[in-house]
Ligand binder design. Structure first.
Ligand SMILES: Nc1ncnc2c1ncn2[C@@H]1O[C@H](COP(=O)(O)OP(=O)(O)O)[C@@H](O)[C@H]1O
Ligand SMILES: [Mg+2]
Length: 303
C-alpha cells in the first residue's frame, strides 16, 4: 500500500542583494538552518530575483529587504504580486500600510502615544520649529536614511534637507527631538507569532551635526532589554491598532515596536516595524528556534 507522504512546507525568506560592502542579514543563515532542521524546505532569496517563482512556495516571509525604502514603487509592485501568488507574511495590505510612516497618524487617532509628528508634503510651506531641537526624516525611510536633527539656528540646513526630499518626491516628517534618547536610548520590543519574542535597547542614532545623507549605524550599542509593563502595554495597543482590512488575512507574523520615553516620562511609539524588522537573533540566540517554529506554523496553517 502506498504510504501517504506530506511534502515539506516550502518557505522562502525574502532578503536583498546586499553586495560585499552593505549590511548583510546576520540572522539569515541560522534561520534557514533552523527551518530545515524543523522539516521545512527553506531558502533565502532576493525579493528582486526575476528567476524566483513565488507561487512555488507555501509561504514567503519578508525578512531583510533592506533596500526597499529607496525602491518603493518596485517593492510595492512585488508585494502585490507576491501576495496574490502565495501566502505572504506580513500580509500585503499590512506591508502597504506600514511602508508609509503616515501610519503614525492612524495610531494617534486610535489613542496610542506616538512621538508628535508634522508632515510636509512636496508643495507645502517649509514650516519648522523655532523653539526647540527637531528631527527631519522621510515618511518612506529605514535605517535612519535621510534623517537628521537640527537646532532652530540650523534652519537653513534643515530647509535644504526638506527641499532635497521634496525634489525626490518624498514627504518629510518633522518631530521634536526626543531628548531622553541620548540617555535612555530606544527600546525595540519584538513580537513573533502573536507573542513577545524578546526586547532590545539601542543607543541614539542621530548625533548633532551629522549630515542627513551620511551613512548611519541603525542600531548602535544594542543590548538585551526586559520591557517594563508600561512599554508592553503601549506596544500591545499599537499592535491592536493595525488595520487588517482584508478578510481572512493571516494575523501579523512578526512586528517590532520601537519606543522612546516622551516628555511626560511615559513610553511612546517612534516606529512600528511590520515590513522588514531586523530580528537581532544574533543577540537573542534562544529566540531562533521559536521564530522557526512560528514560521513553520504559519506555512502549514489552513487557509
Ligand atoms: N524625534 C526623534 N528624536 C530623537 N531621535 C530620533 C527622532 N526620530 C528619529 N530619531 C533617531 O533616528 C533613528 C531613525 O528614525 P526612525 O523614525 O526609527 O526611522 P527608520 O528607523 O525607519 O529610519 C531612530 O532610531 C532614532 O535614533
Ligand atoms: Mg527605526
Amino acid at each position: 500500500m502506498p504510504v501517504a507522504r506530506t511534502a515539506a512546507p516550502r518557505i522562502a525568506l525574502a532578503t536583498y542583494d546586499s553586495g560585499p560592502e552593505a549590511h548583510a542579514d546576520r540572522d539569515l543563515p541560522g534561520l534557514v538552518g533552523a527551518l530545515r532542521e524543523a522539516g521545512a524546505d527553506a531558502v533565502a532569496v532576493s525579493w528582486d530575483d526575476p528567476a524566483v517563482d513565488w507561487s512555488g512556495h507555501d509561504l514567503v516571509v519578508i525578512r531583510s529587504t533592506w533596500d526597499y525604502s529607496w525602491r518603493a514603487a518596485e517593492f510595492a509592485a512585488w508585494v502585490e504580486k507576491c501576495g496574490k501568488a502565495t501566502r505572504l507574511a506580513n500580509p500585503d495590505e499590512v506591508v502597504r500600510w506600514n511602508t508609509d510612516k503616515r501610519y503614525l497618524g492612524d495610531l494617534t487617532k486610535a489613542g496610542v502615544p506616538v512621538v508628535p509628528t508634522a508632515y510636509l508634503a512636496p508643495g507645502d510651506p517649509v514650516d519648522l520649529p523655532t523653539a526647540h531641537e527637531y528631527v527631519v526624516k522621510p515618511t518612506s525611510g529605514a535605517g535612519a536614511r535621510f534623517a537628521a536633527r537640527y537646532t532652530p539656528e540650523q534652519r537653513d540646513t534643515a530647509v535644504r534637507h526638506v527641499e532635497r526630499m521634496h525634489a525626490e518626491g518624498l514627504t518629510a516628517m518633522v518631530q521634536p527631538f526626543v531628548t531622553s534618547i541620548d540617555t535612555a536610548g530606544e527600546r525595540a520590543l519584538q513580537f513573533f507569532g502573536g507573542r513577545l519574542l524578546h526586547a532590545s535597547r539601542k543607543g541614539a542614532v542621530l548625533a548633532p551635526g551629522t549630515a542627513y545623507d551620511a551613512d548611519k549605524v541603525a542600531h548602535p550599542d544594542l543590548v538585551p532589554w526586559t520591557p517594563t509593563e508600561a512599554e508592553l502595554a503601549v506596544a500591545e495597543r499599537a499592535l491592536a491598532a493595525v488595520p487588517v482590512a482584508v478578510p481572512g488575512a493571516p494575523e501579523l507574523l512578526y512586528a517590532r515596536v520601537d519606543l522612546v520615553t516622551g516628555e511626560d516620562g511615559q513610553p511612546c511609539v517612534m516606529e512600528l516595524e511590520l515590513v522588514e524588522p531586523n530580528l537581532f537573533l544574533w543577540l537573542h540566540t534562544d529566540s531562533q528556534a521559536r521564530v522557526a517554529e512560528a514560521i513553520l506554523a504559519a506555512a502549514t496553517a489552513p487557509h
